[in-house]
Write a protein that binds this ligand. Structure first.
Ligand SMILES: *Cc1c(COP(=O)(O)O)cnc(C)c1O
Length: 368
């Protein structure tokens, strides 16, 4: 039986192995294991990649979001608006800042924050908005920025799935007050372990985050504020510098793969394909179709060696962790429908035409 894994990190490693080994050896030889020159080089390169003045490497994407909120002065008594169909980390970062997550539903085609619903969710306590660039496609930032600015709110982009994506030609992460990235291994730009970053054009914000991530110190053992250990490893910085050079080509390959899927599946009326919005350059972190009987279809494909994912089976407001909010089912109908219908097909740059063809054929066989 043919097999198509959901993700194949080894296939990618094989293409850059020599370069990675050389750069890791440099880190071992210089013993710059936490922070240090490899992280600083990566920060410079990643800031340029995102068209931003500054980047701060962090321990992961969750800490990037959390430390950004803390550095913006967000805390107990505040509200931060985001969407319910995201990875739970977005909401966790808000909760751990001391603020309360407030959800607004997503728009039917883009699956990102519906700007038409944003204004109604704003209260006197609202301090920030976190649009999520879900699956590699930026949210509709212009109306979100306009509403936020009219109400004096910060905008923090959750760009954890959108490295290299664009909104009207602007880099994801460069539009709001800050953009937060995850380099979890499976992301479009993935470390070989945990890592994240915040990008911004605000030098004071970048400096605050750099102090916060390092136990509140800018000078060793002199602690200005109560900080945290939220730093990036030297090894991850070195790996990310190597991989960043390939990211544009990898994103291009993802887009080609997505186009091929869409071509092969266009006329299957039982499934809704992902839409690349007019304003967006989508980088297909995930290629998620929508279909009824999703679980059936997933099982059918699994029996044929095709591994799919579900992102995410339960929207955040219905998770057990947030049950105490008492938000009823039916409150965010679009996000809830997405959770029932989304099916993420195998997607990574090294996927072959044959593999995509096989997935499409099996999907058609089942839905025929
Ligand atoms: C991956 C991800 C995060 C968290 O990143 P980690 O590096 O895993 O902490 C946050 N938000 C979204 C939308 C993500 O996909």
């Amino acid at each position: 039986m043919k097999t198509v894994p959901f993700l194949d990190l080894s296939a990618q490693y094989a293409t850059i192995r020599k370069e990675i080994e050389t750069s890791l050896e440099e880190v071992f030889n210089s013993a710059s294991f936490v922070g240090g020159p490899f992280v600083e080089s990566f920060e410079k390169e990643f800031a340029i990649f995102c068209d931003c003045g500054y980047a701060a490497g962090t321990s992961n994407g969750t800490s990037a979001l959390w430390m950004t909120l803390l550095s913006l002065g967000i805390g107990p008594g505040d509200e931060v608006i985001t969407v319910p169909n995201t990875f739970i980390a977005t909401a966790e970062a808000i909760t751990y800042s001391g603020a309360r997550p407030v959800f607004v539903d997503v728009e039917e085609r883009s699956h990102t924050m519906n700007p038409a619903l944003l204004e109604k969710a704003i209260t006197l306590k609202t301090k920030a908005v976190i649009p999520v660039h879900l699956f590699g496609q930026p949210a509709d930032m212009d109306p979100i920025m306009e509403i936020a600015r009219n109400h004096g709110l910060f905008v923090v982009e959750d760009a954890c799935q959108a490295h290299g994506a664009q909104y009207k030609g602007k880099a994801a992460g460069s539009i709001g007050d800050a953009g937060c990235f995850s380099f979890y291994p499976g992301k479009n730009l993935g470390a070989y372990g945990e890592a994240g970053a915040v990008v911004t054009n605000n030098p004071e914000l970048a400096e605050k985050i750099k102090i916060l991530r390092d136990h509140g110190q800018s000078r060793k053992y002199y602690h200005k504020v109560i900080g945290w250990n939220g730093r990036m490893d030297g090894l991850q910085g070195a790996v990310l510098s190597v991989k960043l050079k390939y990211l544009p080509a990898w994103n291009e390959a993802r887009r080609k793969n997505a186009a091929l899927y869409s071509n092969l599946l266009m006329d299957v009326k039982e499934i809704t394909l992902p839409t690349e919005m007019d304003y967006a350059r989508h980088v297909y972190h995930l290629y998620a179709i929508r279909t009824h009987n999703r679980d059936d279809l997933k099982g059918y494909l699994a029996e044929r060696g095709i591994e799919c994912g579900i992102h995410y089976p339960v929207p955040v407001h219905l998770q057990e962790a947030y049950r105490h909010f008492g938000i009823l089912k039916g409150t965010f109908p679009v996000a809830e429908k997405c959770a029932e219908e989304f099916l993420s097909l195998p997607m990574y740059p090294e996927l072959t035409r044959e593999q995509i063809g096989y997935v499409a054929t099996e999907l058609r066989n089942k839905l025929r």
